[in-house]
Design a protein around this ligand. Sequence first.
Ligand code: SF4
Length: 235
Amino acid sequence: MISYDLISRRYGRLEGPELLEPLIREVFPGRIALVSSFGTDSAVLLHMVSEIDRKTPVVFLDTGKLFGETKRYRDDLVERLRLERLETVTPLAADERTLDAQGDLWMSNPDMCCHFRKVEPLERALRGYQAWITGRKRVHGGSRAALQTLETADWRLKINPLAGWSEEQISEYFDAHDLPRHPLVARGYTSVGCMPCTSLPSPDGGARSGRWSGQDKTECGIHWSVNGRPMKRSA
Ligand code: SF4
């Protein structure tokens, strides 16, 4: 693999498809995956990747707590964009039995719930890949406000092709390519994750203000390094 410094010098100023194309085709062929939640903006990256190489693996975390609308949207987009490698990953059944037998861990310990439903499955899914693509943007604010298009985390390159994109650019891309919206957008949702932890955004909040509403939690943990945040082990 060429060094991160060289990749950064060559490609660090690019974004969108201009960044994705050389990384998918030339730098990481067969060793790069798109991680998609099939949420409100996901169709943009899915479309870009499908235009470059439909065989690019698309990793989807099925946490067991998703909206039915998200799964139907996933099926629609996979068919419409003719994506050939959807890789669905789920939590370990043993973890679900021992950690969340009642299915309500999200209420008492959402960090632990996210860890076994998202962080651990994603780490499993990304074994064998040297790079992954995410849809995070600086306009999301919080810890994302200083986001770069290229990062390294846990020995992998993390690519954020839309880091500098505005909500208007996202909307224009949907229109230009006639992409369908997530069904919950019509009901006012601006960011969609697991059902128990997603609500409508607050009027004066940002697009992600409906995620873990009323808590100080703003990220599920898949974008923290392995040792980036102490886990609360007790429920
Ligand atoms: S978003 Fe909520 S339900 Fe989903 S894994 Fe995290 S705490 Fe659990």
